[in-house]
Ligand binder design. Structure first.
Ligand code: OOG
Ligand code: MG
Length: 268
C-alpha cells in the first residue's frame, strides 16, 4: 500500500479531480467519492487536489479568509467514520452574517455545526506549534457556525476524498461578539444547537481535542507539512463540538455558546 503521505496520482489526474470537485461545488450536485474511480488515492493526493482548487479559486479572483480544521471531535469522527482530523481553506465569499438568511438552492445537502473560531494577530508556523503559541498569537475568539456540504453522495466519503472536497467547506457564520482568549476557559464552553425551537445537539468545547486551541496548533502543524504558515489576520475554525445537523429551506437554527453569545440563521 502507498503510504498516506506519498502521492499516488499524476499531475493530470490531480487536475482532473480538481475540475470534478469544482464543478460539483459550483453546480451543487453530488458525485461518488473520488476513491471509487481512483482507489490508489492517498491523503497527500487529497491535499494536492485541495491546493489546486484553492489556486484556481484565487486565480478566479476569490480571496482566502482563513482555514478550518475538522473531524477533531469524537462525535464527528463517529458520525463520519474517520479517525484523523483534516484541514481545509475558507474563502471570503463563503462567509455569511449572523442573523442572515442562507440560501440552500446552491448547496447539495447542508448540515450545521457549532465551532469556536480564532482570529490571529501574528503569524504561526509549524512543525512544533503549541496551544500556548496559538493563544499568544490570537487577537480574539468568536462563536461560529459552519455549514458543511459534502459534494459526495449520501455524505459518504473517506479521508482522501473529503480532503480533496476541501473538508466539505460550504459557508461559515462568525458570531459578532469578540472575546479575549484569557476571558474564560476555552475548554469548558457549553454549546447548544436548536432547530426550529427544539434542541438537536449539545456539547462542551473540550470535545475538540481537549481544547480548541490544540486543534488550531494541529492545523498549523498540518500546514507546515505542506510548506505553509498561518498568516496573521487569519480566521480559523477549530472543528465541530457536536455532530452536524441537516437543514432544509424554512429551518431556523439558533446556537448558544455559554458566556460567548449566540448565533441564529435561517435557511431559504
Ligand atoms: C467533514 C468536515 C468536518 C468538522 O468541524 O468536524 C468538519 C465532514 O464532516 O463533512 O468541518
Ligand atoms: Mg466544521
Amino acid at each position: 500500500m502507498t503510504p498516506a503521505s506519498t502521492p499516488a496520482l499524476t499531475p493530470d489526474e490531480i487536475n482532473q479531480l480538481r475540475d470534478r470537485v469544482l464543478a460539483a461545488q459550483k453546480g451543487a450536485y453530488a458525485i461518488p467519492k473520488l476513491t471509487d474511480d481512483f482507489p490508489a488515492m492517498t491523503i497527500a493526493d487529497g491535499y494536492a487536489v485541495q491546493n489546486a482548487l484553492r489556486r484556481r479559486l484565487c486565480a478566479e479572483g476569490g480571496r482566502q479568509a482563513g482555514w478550518k480544521i475538522g473531524l477533531t471531535s469524537k462525535a464527528k469522527m463517529l458520525q463520519m467514520g474517520v479517525s484523523v482530523p483534516s484541514i481545509g481553506f475558507l474563502m471570503e465569499d463563503t462567509a455569511r452574517a449572523a442573523g442572515s438568511t442562507v440560501t440552500t438552492h446552491d448547496l447539495v445537502h447542508p448540515r450545521v455545526e457549532c465551532e469556536i473560531a480564532f482570529f490571529t494577530k501574528t503569524e504561526l508556523h509549524g512543525p512544533d506549534c503549541t496551544a500556548e503559541q496559538v493563544l499568544a498569537a490570537t487577537d480574539y475568539v468568536v462563536p461560529a457556525l459552519e455549514i458543511i456540504d459534502s459534494r459526495f453522495s449520501g455524505f459518504k466519503f473517506d479521508l482522501p476524498s473529503v480532503i480533496a472536497d476541501n473538508g466539505s467547506s460550504a459557508r461559515f457564520v462568525p458570531g459578532s461578539t469578540r472575546h479575549a482568549v484569557n476571558a474564560f476557559d476555552l475548554s469548558a464552553i457549553h454549546v447548544a444547537l436548536e432547530k426550529n425551537g427544539a434542541p438537536v445537539a449539545a456539547g462542551v468545547s473540550d470535545a475538540v481535542l481537549g481544547n480548541p486551541a490544540i486543534a488550531i496548533a494541529m492545523l498549523v502543524n498540518l500546514l507546515a507539512e505542506q510548506g505553509e504558515t498561518l498568516p496573521a489576520q487569519s480566521f480559523v475554525m477549530s472543528g465541530a463540538i457536536t455532530e452536524a445537523i441537516p437543514v432544509k429551506p424554512g429551518d431556523n437554527i439558533r446556537a448558544t455558546f455559554d458566556g460567548m453569545g449566540e448565533i441564529a440563521v435561517q435557511f431559504s
